[in-house]
Design a protein around this ligand. Structure first.
Ligand code: PMP
Length: 301
């Protein structure tokens, strides 16, 4: 593992973050995750562009120019010696006595390079999914049965989800619920419309055309989403940037989620907890043996 904190490469665990670092006191920062394939960061320019937008949105000074970032990330990958990895980095508003008001501190960068166990060959070239393992669902002979479900949950995040903020509490809780229900992801629903997932964007196929939520302040503009949109355009497949309502799932033929780490992951069904209110706050102690027993299946594909 390679780590970097505030100007120095460090062994992970060898360096402590100062107590008054605003990243951990306020969650006052932004982050990015880039996938490394064959030793090279994939779509790095797009990630850097999004980070610049996130920093600008919350008025954190960007400590490097584009070339500086490319150098730093390249050096970190080189030091790691890894070919298949993820690079995580965050930029926080720096170290200063605790006070909500912005300090005149310089921003601080932390970064890690973590190796990734990859099954199969170069997934991004084949555009196939190698996401997290499927759910512990009981046997069904249809091939779709092995595809993981999504669980529909309320989108409780703030109204600036386009900022890739390190404040991830609503995402963490939603993903934990998804995990306990053996779902791939929590599919977030705002006023009945599907925004995105707790850590990915969600796509629907209807009549051979693609639907995904519009690029606005309520979703993170995923880099993988942007890549898939371009692939679709190149292939002449229409993409509708329109949020689908939960009631519009009947005629959906396929669902998939996209993210840097999950890549393109096909989904087998969409379920919602029977008790939408308590599901959020009374997390089940015991894992349910099957999703059907805990939820209403909105759509099985
Ligand atoms: N939405 C959310 C809320 C996410 O956290 C992520 C991944 N960080 C995504 C979408 C997908 O973005 P990307 O394709 O850039 O990884």
């Amino acid at each position: 593992f390679v780590g970097y904190y505030d100007g120095e490469f460090v062994e992970l665990g060898a360096r402590s973050v100062p107590i008054e670092e605003r990243g951990h006191q306020f969650g006052d920062g932004v982050y990015e995750v880039v996938r490394v394939y064959g030793g090279r960061p994939f779509l790095l320019d797009w990630h850097l562009e999004r980070m610049e937008n996130s920093l600008k949105a919350i008025a954190i000074e960007n400590p490097f120019d584009r070339e500086g970032w490319i150098q730093l990330i390249g050096e970190a990958i080189r030091r790691s010696g890894e070919a298949e990895a993820t690079v995580y980095w965050q930029v926080t508003r720096g170290i200063a006595p605790r006070n909500h008001v912005f300090p005149s501190a310089k921003s601080v960068v932390s970064l890690t390079v973590r190796p990734l166990a990859v099954s199969g060959s170069s997934a991004h070239e084949a555009h196939t999914a190698v996401g997290e393992p499927g759910p512990a669902q009981t046997a069904d002979t249809a091939p779709q049965a092995s595809l993981p479900p999504l669980i529909a949950l309320p989108d409780e995040r703030w109204a600036n989800a386009y900022v890739k903020s390190i404040n991830l509490l609503p995402n963490v809780i939603a993903k934990e619920i998804a995990h306990r229900y053996h779902a791939q992801e929590a599919m977030l629903v705002k006023n009945g419309s599907i925004t995105e997932c707790s850590g990915s964007n969600v796509w629907f196929v209807r009549g051979g055309e693609l639907w995904t939520a519009p690029t606005n302040r309520f979703i993170l503009p995923g880099i993988t989403r942007r890549f898939v949109r371009q692939l679709a355009k190149d292939a002449g497949v229409p993409v509708h940037e329109e949020a689908l309502h939960l009631d519009e799932l009947q005629d959906v033929e396929e669902v998939f989620v996209t993210s840097t780490t999950q890549e393109i992951q096909l989904i087998g069904s969409i379920v919602t907890p029977v008790d939408k209110e308590t599901a959020l706050y009374n997390l089940p102690a015991d894992l349910p043996s099957s999703l059907v027993s805990i939820g209403e299946t909105l759509k099985t594909l």
